[in-house]
Design a protein around this ligand. Structure first.
Ligand SMILES: Nc1ncnc2c1ncn2[C@@H]1O[C@H](COP(=O)(O)OP(=O)(O)OP(=O)(O)O)[C@@H](O)[C@H]1O
Ligand SMILES: [Mg+2]
Length: 196
């Protein structure tokens, strides 16, 4: 189940956002805020519900494996904690959520939870929401990742048609030439004489 490499090729990565947090129990809430801002920026807000759930479960697991849950950690206590890094990777038609932690323990998907059990369902939820998920090793820890598909983006509505203004150049150009019509010449002459 644990692989040695990320599930995507570096050349297919379109964009990346990353946040590192001390492994305390507020990390999941901070990660969700970061996620909301990044998904809005990427116009991928449609992923928000699934992405929130996946990120919460993965960050909570990473903190449980490497940090402190509950209480008010002191400055000295914080110094001894590892970091949990959340990385969002935009691929051409999906988003990968990666959560790095400093534990070498592997996550274990549990299929044997009883209805009365209050825990042991986090990874099962990730498994249901994600297109695929997995784990890969990095120096000094591991990365648990989940990939969410981005649905086809509907095309924008067509712009209203603009009425073309008649251009001066489109008007028929009539350049009056010298007239030889005797009736018209007589009329013009009469008009001029009346003015004198
Ligand atoms: N990042 C991790 N590092 C080490 N072990 C992990 C990690 N994530 C999960 N595990 C192991 O996998 C088990 C199953 O994780 P899962 O999230 O499904 O359940 P849980 O965390 O025990 O309970 P719940 O998420 O329902 O509160 C955990 O109990 C833990 O032993
Ligand atoms: Mg869990």
């Amino acid at each position: 189940m644990v692989s040695e490499a990320p599930p995507y090729r570096p050349q297919s990565v379109c964009f990346v956002d990353q946040l590192s947090l001390v492994a305390v129990n507020s990390a999941a809430a901070t990660a969700r805020r970061f996620l909301r801002l990044s998904l809005a920026k990427w116009q991928a807000g449609c992923l928000e519900d699934d992405a929130f759930l996946v990120t919460s479960e993965l960050v909570t697991n990473a903190v449980a494996a490497t940090g402190v849950l509950g209480g008010q950690p002191t400055w000295d206590g914080l110094k001894g904690l590892g970091l949990v890094t959340v990385r969002l990777i935009g691929l051409p038609d999906s988003v990968v959520i990666e959560v790095w932690d400093v534990s070498e323990e592997e996550p274990a998907l549990r299929h044997d939870t009883a209805p009365e059990d209050e825990s042991g369902r986090g990874l099962l939820l990730v498994h249901r929401c994600a297109k695929r998920w997995g784990v890969y090793r990095v120096t000094g820890g591991k990365v648990v990742w989940a990939e969410l598909a981005v649905g086809p983006v509907p095309p924008p509505p067509p712009l209203p048609k603009r009425q073309r203004q008649r251009q001066w150049s489109e008007r028929p150009l009539v350049v009056p030439g010298p007239t030889t019509d005797p009736d018209l010449l007589r009329l013009l002459l009469a008009g001029l004489q009346a003015r004198l």
